[in-house]
Design a protein around this ligand. Structure first.
Ligand SMILES: Nc1ncnc2c1ncn2[C@@H]1O[C@H](COP(=O)(O)OP(=O)(O)OP(=O)(O)O)[C@@H](O)[C@H]1O
Ligand SMILES: [Mg+2]
Length: 262
């Protein structure tokens, strides 16, 4: 389903160095260093307000960072230029965003377009791909997320879980290099969560590169290659899930894990 033909395990797809983000005087991201390898699944966990969404949104420039350096597939997208911080032109960032789409908590579908139209919109109108090829690809993706029979419905006729699977199909249809998920199940009724998690799991098993923000700790533990604990604008602790969940080193992570298990 995913665009994984050219995945090179071990290759760093996204490199983040000393990333900073301020809103006015409020420093939301203080200094973030992060490397995302191709084919790997990275989870971001941490307390509310810690900066997870802001970090995710800075990665694909939905939010402009205030400092630091981001390199994506060898292309530097922001950094110091003649002593001043600068981001790549908007045309470059738009192209990058199609390679690094984000799946949001609240789906962000076009409600006046059918499921199929939602999924082919990016490939046809943004990426200017061949219409017939885009439709065939979209139908294949919809089949795999179990929504082929719903292709002609409108989002308003779908459950939250189905909407979220359409949103995932939309991202996958772009043949992305990396998919960013910001709490993809937190707006769903409990009985709808597992269908969406299964879809994300299937993508991971096919080798898609993903960064996932979630409060679903059991899911993170099962699927993650690496977990980062984001707290107070820094990555306070990182490692494989077993290490972070079973052997947290910092008091902050111990408290966080204690609070969610309580
Ligand atoms: N546009 C904005 N303007 C001002 N402050 C903001 C803005 N966006 C986020 N913040 C602040 O930045 C901090 C981090 O927010 P962020 O949404 O990144 O946290 P989070 O870790 O995703 O939290 P949650 O788990 O609740 O989603 C919060 O204190 C928030 O109020
Ligand atoms: Mg958030």
């Amino acid at each position: 389903m995913a665009h994984v033909d050219n995945v090179m395990p071990g290759k760093t797809l996204l490199q983040v160095r000393d990333l900073k983000k301020r809103f006015g005087h409020f420093e939301v991201l203080k200094t973030i260093d992060l490397a995302i390898e191709e084919g790997k699944v990275t989870f971001l966990i941490g307390p509310s307000g810690g900066g997870k969404s802001t970090l995710l949104r800075c990665l694909n420039f939905l939010e402009k960072p205030s400092g630091g350096e981001i390199t994506f597939d060898g292309e530097r997208l922001c950094g110091e230029e003649a002593g001043r911080f600068a981001c790549a032109p908007e045309s470059v960032l738009r192209r990058v965003r199609t390679r690094m789409p984000m799946v949001f908590q609240h789906f962000n579908l076009f409600n006046h377009r059918t499921v199929l139209e939602n999924v082919v919109e990016g490939p046809i109108f943004v990426q200017r791909r061949n219409r017939d090829e885009a439709i065939t690809h979209a139908q294949d993706i919809l089949r795999r997320v179990g929504l082929y029979d719903w292709s002609d419905r409108f989002p308003g006729q779908l459950s939250g879980g189905q909407k979220q699977r359409v949103a995932i199909a939309r991202a996958v249809a772009m043949k992305p290099d990396l998919i960013l998920f910001d709490e993809p199940t937190s707006a769903l009724d409990p009985e709808l969560v597992s269908g969406v998690l299964d879809t994300i799991k299937a993508l991971a098993e096919e080798g898609s590169t993903m960064v996932v923000v979630t409060h679903e700790m059991a899911f993170a533990r099962r699927l993650a290659d690496t977990v980062h604990f984001v707290c107070d604008g820094v990555i306070a602790e990182s490692g494989p899930p077993a290490q972070l969940f079973d052997n947290p080193r910092s008091e902050r992570l111990k408290n966080f894990i204690g609070s969610i298990l309580r």
